[in-house]
Design a binder for this molecule. Structure first.
Ligand SMILES: Nc1ncnc2c1ncn2[C@@H]1O[C@H](COP(=O)(O)OP(=O)(O)OP(=O)(O)O)[C@@H](O)[C@H]1O
Ligand SMILES: [Mg+2]
Length: 255
């Protein structure tokens, strides 16, 4: 079962003295096992910083992160992570890049070939499995990176604007895929986005983050029924949540 993630008085400052940048926090938050939590906030408010700390790739300046009750003190290999800029290696094919995630965890890609093809098919990349990243569009690269994050079937997914570079149609398709995957396997998902509508559509909880240094202004539970398709966006409940969040960002002068 996916673990609960707890942030306790968590803060990050880059540098020190007059050059210091107060990037995030302090913040307290509990992300329950199997929830889909969006981090929604303006550029520079510390969303990527927070995700890197949860992944154990960046040490907090203050406070701590607990996963399943244990303090995160180094990189975690049990998670799936998708960075804001994809990390495909140029010398490997698309399927080779996806397989790399298994190899790094000591698993044999040949034993999971079916899963790799199925994942690539689900994001419509099956015809590009043998191509290299430079032969793909930006959106296709992002879809390949999405497969990388999922291939080892992690029970925690940290996704940093995974749909940011996708066109509107592909974006809607992958949102649906992500929602289906989450409903089926119930990983804990931490999802960074700038899009209020996307956050409300996908999340069980939306964390609204203030401008830098990012603090969690509020965590709004979205109690709309699942699955949430395009039609949900025209319901009064959906638009009510969107308007409330817009109001918060308007008060901060962000929009
Ligand atoms: N490695 C770093 N060294 C120094 N400052 C940094 C570093 N990484 C981020 N920052 C600063 O920390 C703040 C938060 O950055 P971060 O990348 O976490 O924001 P973000 O919310 O992910 O923004 P965006 O939505 O634009 O991706 C910014 O002011 C940024 O300049
Ligand atoms: Mg970022």
């Amino acid at each position: 079962m996916a673990a609960t993630i707890e942030l306790r008085s968590l803060a990050k400052t880059y540098g020190s003295g007059p050059q210091a940048v107060y990037a995030f926090g302090p913040a307290d938050l509990t992300i329950p096992s199997g929830s889909f939590v969006s981090l929604l906030g303006p550029s520079g408010c510390g969303k990527s910083t927070l995700l890197l700390m949860i992944a154990g790739l960046l040490a907090p300046s203050r406070g701590e992160i607990l996963v399943g009750g244990k303090q995160v003190s180094g990189p975690r290999t049990d998670i799936g992570i998708m960075f804001q800029d994809n990390t495909l290696v140029p010398w490997r094919t698309v399927e080779g890049n996806v397989a790399l995630q298994l190899e790094m965890r000591g698993q044999k890609p040949s034993a999971h070939a079916g899963r790799i093809s199925e994942l690539l098919r689900s994001v419509r990349l099956e015809d590009f499995a043998k191509r290299h990243p430079h032969e793909l569009s930006g959106g296709m690269q992002q879809r390949a990176a999405f497969c990388q994050a999922l291939v080892h079937e992690p029970d925690t997914l940290l996704l940093d604007e995974p749909l940011g570079k996708l066109d509107a149609m592909t974006r809607e398709g992958i949102r649906a895929d992500l929602q289906t995957l989450w409903m089926k396997r119930k990983p804990t998902v931490v999802f960074v986005t700038h899009s209020i509508e996307e956050a409300v559509q996908l999340s069980s909880t939306v964390c609204v983050i203030t401008p830098r240094p990012g603090r969690i202004e509020c965590a709004i539970d979205i109690d709309l029924p699942w699955p949430r398709d395009l039609d949900v966006k025209s319901t009064p409940e959906f638009t009510g949540h969107v308007h409330r969040i817009q109001g918060i960002f308007r008060d901060y002068g962000v929009i």
